[in-house]
Design a protein around this ligand. Structure first.
Ligand SMILES: [Zn+2]
Length: 291
C-alpha cells in the first residue's frame, strides 16, 4: 500500500514537473520569438535607412515627357552658403538672392531636385531647355528664414547640404525646419557628420562620415539620401570610391563650372555665387553653363 502511494506520489510529481517544464519551454519559446522580433526590427530599419521607404520614393522620376539632348548635357549647379549680410564671400544678401531667383524664374529656368539631376546626367534628357540645381552648403538658419520663403513663393526646388553635428545648433537649421522644408521642395542632402576634409582622413573614417550622415537623414526625413557634398571640396580617389560604395548616386565638389557626366558623377563641378555680383553677370554665368 505504501509502495502504491509512493508510486502515485511519484507519478503526481512527474506530471507536475513535466507541466512546469512545458510552461518553461513555452515561456522560453515566447522569449525566443520575442528575441526574433527584436532581432528583426533593426534589420528592417537598416533596410529602410539604405533604401528609403517606398511610400515616399522621390527617386522615381517620371521622365517620359522629357526631351533627349544631343551631345553631353550640362547642369549649372549654383553654390550658396549663408543668405544674409556679412563680411566674407560666403554671405549673399537676401535682396541679391531674391533678384537672382526672380531672374531664373523670369528666364524660364526649371529647378531640379537631386533625383531629377541624376536622371538628366545619366539619361541625357531634360524636363525643360533651361535647367538648374540650386544648392546651399552647411545648413545655416537663414536658409530657412531668408531663402526658403522666396523659393517657396516661386515654387522653386533647392538642395541644402546639412552637417550632421550642426543640427539644432546655434545659427543652423533645426530638425523641425529641415522636416518642413523637405516636404516643400527643399531636399536635405549630406555634408557629412563632422565637416572634415575627407582627403585627410583614413578610409574607414571617411566611410563612417558618409554612412552615418546618410542613415541619419534617411531616417529623420523618411527619404533615400543620394547626394553628397564634400566639405571644403576636399576629396581623393578613395573618397570617390567610398561615396559610390556607401550608396550615394552623386557627389559635388567646389571645382568651378557647369556639371557634366564626364567629370564623373562623384566629382561634379559647381558655380560659386559671390556677394556683389551684378544680375547681368549672374545671368551670363548661368546661361553659359546651361549649354
Ligand atoms: Zn561646408
Amino acid at each position: 500500500m505504501s509502495i502504491n502511494r509512493l508510486i502515485i506520489l511519484l507519478l503526481i510529481i512527474m506530471i507536475a514537473l513535466s507541466g512546469c517544464s512545458n510552461v518553461e519551454s513555452n515561456n522560453s519559446l515566447e522569449n525566443e520569438s520575442a528575441k526574433n522580433v527584436e532581432r528583426k526590427s533593426p534589420v528592417k530599419e537598416m533596410k529602410e535607412d539604405i533604401e528609403g521607404p517606398s511610400k515616399q520614393n522621390k527617386s522615381i522620376v517620371d521622365t517620359s515627357g522629357w526631351f533627349k539632348v544631343r551631345g553631353p548635357v550640362h547642369i549649372p549647379i549654383l553654390m550658396y552658403h549663408s543668405i544674409s549680410t556679412g563680411n566674407n564671400s560666403l554671405y549673399v544678401p537676401k535682396d541679391q538672392f531674391r533678384e537672382q531667383m526672380t531672374w531664373l524664374k523670369d528666364n524660364g529656368y526649371y529647378t531640379l531636385s537631386p533625383e531629377e539631376a541624376y536622371d538628366v546626367l545619366t539619361q541625357g534628357k531634360k524636363p525643360r531647355k533651361k535647367i538648374i540645381l540650386v544648392t546651399f552648403d552647411d545648413g545655416y538658419l537663414d536658409n530657412f528664414t531668408n531663402a526658403y520663403p522666396i523659393l517657396r513663393k516661386y515654387g522653386m526646388k533647392a538642395t541644402i547640404f546639412m552637417i550632421g553635428r550642426s543640427i539644432d545648433k546655434q545659427n543652423h537649421l533645426t530638425k523641425q525646419q529641415m522636416k518642413e522644408m523637405s516636404q516643400h521642395g527643399i531636399s536635405i542632402e549630406s555634408h557629412t557628420i563632422n565637416h572634415l576634409q575627407l582627403s585627410q582622413l583614413p578610409a574607414e573614417q571617411q566611410r563612417n562620415e558618409m554612412v552615418q550622415s546618410k542613415a541619419l537623414y534617411n531616417k529623420m526625413l523618411n527619404q533615400n539620401t543620394i547626394l553628397l557634398c564634400y566639405p571644403f571640396g576636399s576629396y581623393n580617389n578613395e573618397t570617390l570610391k567610398l561615396a559610390k560604395e556607401t550608396g550615394y548616386k552623386m557627389a559635388v565638389t567646389t571645382e568651378p563650372g557647369a556639371a557634366s557626366r564626364d567629370q564623373g558623377l562623384y566629382a561634379l563641378h559647381r558655380i560659386r555665387i559671390s556677394p556683389g555680383m551684378s544680375i547681368q553677370g549672374f545671368g551670363r554665368i548661368v546661361d553659359n553653363a546651361n549649354q
